[in-house]
Design a protein around this ligand. Structure first.
Ligand code: NAP
Length: 271
């Protein structure tokens, strides 16, 4: 966890205003970064949060941190690539806490590489965790919510899903698949009264972006990201996108013809 998050966790007693009070929330990728901040904000609002990631120690510290909060956080360690165990995990969450009202599928990783160090292994890993890991979690949760005709699924994609960016061929592809999947599922899920949201964050200051050695434009902190995500959930928005200026720029990039778009991205790979 980065220093900024630690300082925020110690100092903030503020509960972010969310409507989802007293609900059962499952968050993947909850041990650090955006997921950890969301878990704490939801517990501050009185929710019962099931927190999943691979590192048990981080989840236990999160669980301890929730002891003086109105809601609670329970640790449910699991690797999202482990399809069979995800099903067992969901059964155990729903037995212990009750039916999942809100599932935030946020676990993800980023491995930066370009043409020189292009790696099949690193490509596969990002697809396995970001795309298939999310699909592994989505399938059983969606099935249960559909049967109950109630619930909200939030998939964390990225603004990099909008268009191919240099040094993010695998990451961008893994996230574009998620965005496209959500667009495809949304109309049918509406028929079953199950809400679906897709989150497109810009740069957020977390361990994932700490590896970047360039100045990240419009970088925001995890608290900002968490507030924007929870506000979007409250409003039942399909797309939750932030920060505003960066998302406008990326939307403009999305609409550029290739000839103009490559003029921009070529500048990013100049040696
Ligand atoms: N930070 C940004 O600028 C940014 C921008 C756009 C989108 N996003 C997306 O937002 C999400 C959260 O990112 P973040 O910045 O908060 O990243 P982070 O700080 O690196 O946290 C990632 C979380 O995912 C968990 N995780 C990774 N692989 C996992 C696996 N196989 N099974 C279960 N959990 C796993 C990690 O815990 P363990 O390692 O303990 O498993 C950790 O809790 C990601 O999907 C990321 O792609 C981030």
């Amino acid at each position: 966890m980065n220093a900024l998050n630690v300082a925020w966790e110690k100092n903030s007693k503020e509960a972010v205003g969310i409507k989802v009070k007293n609900q059962v929330v499952w968050i993947t990728g909850a041990s650090q970064g955006i997921g950890r901040c969301l878990a704490l904000n939801l517990a501050k609002s009185g929710c019962k949060v099931a927190a999943t990631s691979r590192t048990e120690d981080d989840l236990m510290s999160l669980q301890d941190r929730s002891k003086d909060l109105p809601g609670e956080i329970q640790s449910y360690p699991c690797d999202v690539t482990d399809e069979k165990n995800i099903e067992i995990l969901i059964k155990s969450i729903e037995t212990n806490l009750g039916p999942i009202d809100l599932a935030i599928l946020n676990a993800g990783t980023y491995i930066r590489f370009g043409v020189d160090d292009f790696s099949v292994k690193a490509f596969r890993k990002q697809i396995e965790i970001n795309t298939m890991g999310t699909v592994n979690c989505l399938a059983p949760v969606m099935h249960n919510m559909k049967a109950r005709r109630n619930g909200h699924i939030v998939v964390v994609s990225s603004l990099s899903a909008y268009r191919g960016l240099p040094f993010a061929s695998a990451y961008g592809a893994s996230k574009a698949a998620l965005t496209n999947m959500c667009e495809s599922l949304k109309p049918e899920l509406d028929n079953f009264k199950v809400k679906l949201s897709v989150v497109h964050p810009g740069f957020v200051d977390t361990p994932l972006t700490n590896q970047n050695d360039f100045k990240m434009p419009f970088l925001v902190d995890v608290e900002f990201a968490s507030k924007r995500i929870l506000a979007g959930i409250n409003r039942g928005k399909f797309e939750i996108v932030f920060p505003s200026t960066f998302s406008l720029i990326m939307k403009l990039f999305r609409s550029l013809p290739y000839s103009l778009y490559f003029l921009v991205t070529k500048r990013m790979v100049k040696k």
